[in-house]
Design a binder for this molecule. Structure first.
Ligand code: AQP
Length: 327
């Protein structure tokens, strides 16, 4: 079985529908076919300022949302990045394999550094740590959304560069990006990625939102002044985004989704999608709240995951240390 590995940052209380469709749904699906490894990226989270108490809470909250969405800690290894020391160790080596120019060319760095007044050095070196996260486990495939494609390409380059310079050490991973659902857009600004740092909360659907709030956000989603429900990303970005979300949550392809709404009004699409989203997300919310009621159990699951992760990551770091000439 190929090894699948991915992570999500612990930077908000609730993950959003983009994380759910672009990442979590794939994590769950990959459990059927892969040896699956998932982590909460709390070390990446501090590349921008975080409140310590909130970060700690959000790490548990994010883990609970993984499990509630269907990541099964019996079948997948679920762990917290900072609990496996190998990550920063290999991260440092990757920083020394990557060039400064490469890091500066990353779109995420450019965007986030333009938005923040104070830019940490970690924000620049983020992709080197991300490369380490992946290479430590010799992952074959990394399920992510479209926004991570560039970082993954860099990971592949760093793995190849290291292997060439020091001898074969790392598996070169493939991106696991599902084209159709790789980018979910903001409901109020359907040309912008749905993102935690959204301008208006009305465009951002949190998986922990109350059912009523979820329905309201879909019903007030921005569309256009046409009438035909059709998929056309350029001319109808709002409707196309709603169709993408529908096809993903209903588990049908785009042609089937479009056919389903043929001859119907936009209001019908919004209403049906609101129901489907509530039906999908309400149980995830309830299960998350249940899981959070037993923090000791969650902490135990994560500690066991970290131990299993270290069993694979530590030997990889040892091999890399040996290769670069560390005594
Ligand atoms: N809108 C999206 N559509 C599809 N996939 C998405 N992902 C994020 N947004 C979308 C995917 O979710 C995973 C976790 O990403 P992350 O932890 O790096 O979160 P992020 O990209 O920082 O999330 P945001 O909301 O975009 O945060 P900000 O606003 O801080 O930049 C990844 O696989 C990502 O591709």
């Amino acid at each position: 079985r190929p090894r699948s590995l991915s992570g999500i940052q612990a930077t908000s209380d609730s993950l959003h529908l983009g994380n759910y469709i672009g990442a979590l749904q794939q994590f769950v699906a990959q459990q059927e076919t892969s040896d699956a490894w998932y982590f909460i990226a709390n070390m990446h989270a501090i590349t921008v300022p975080q409140d310590p108490a909130k970060l700690r809470e959000r790490t548990l909250l994010t883990a609970a949302q993984f499990i509630a969405a269907g990541v099964d800690p019996e079948r997948s290894v679920l762990f917290v990045q900072s609990q496996v020391d190998a990550h920063p160790k290999l991260g440092w080596i990757m920083e020394c394999v990557a060039s400064e120019g490469e890091a500066r060319r990353m779109t995420q760095f450019k965007d986030k550094s333009a938005k923040n007044e104070q830019v940490s050095l970690g924000l620049l070196t983020y992709p080197a740590l991300m490369a380490a996260d992946i290479l430590l486990y010799q992952a074959d495939v990394v399920p992510v959304g479209e926004d991570q494609r560039q970082h993954l390409e860099l990971t592949r380059n760093l793995a190849e560069r290291f292997n060439k310079r020091f001898g074969h050490t790392f598996t070169v991973p493939e991106p696991g990006i599902v084209k159709e659902t790789a980018k979910i857009y903001d409901l109020q600004d359907p040309t912008a990625k749905m993102s935690k740092s959204a301008q208006s909360p009305a465009g951002l659907v949190g998986i922990l939102d109350e059912p009523k709030a979820i329905a309201k956000k879909f019903k007030s989603a921005v569309t256009d002044d046409g009438t035909e429900v059709a998929f056309d990303r350029e001319a109808k970005p709002g409707v196309s985004n709603l169709l993408t979300i529908y096809s993903s949550l209903a588990g049908v392809d785009m042609a089937t989704a479009v056919e389903h709404f043929e001859g119907k009004m936009y209001g019908h699409l919004k209403g049906e999608l609101a129901d489907l989203a509530v039906e999908t997300l309400a149980p995830v919310r309830e299960r998350t709240l249940e899981l959070l009621a037993d923090r000791a159990e969650l902490t135990r699951i994560l500690a066991a995951g970290a131990q299993r992760a270290a069993e694979v990551a530590d030997p990889t770091v040892a091999a890399a240390y040996e290769r670069v000439g560390f005594l």
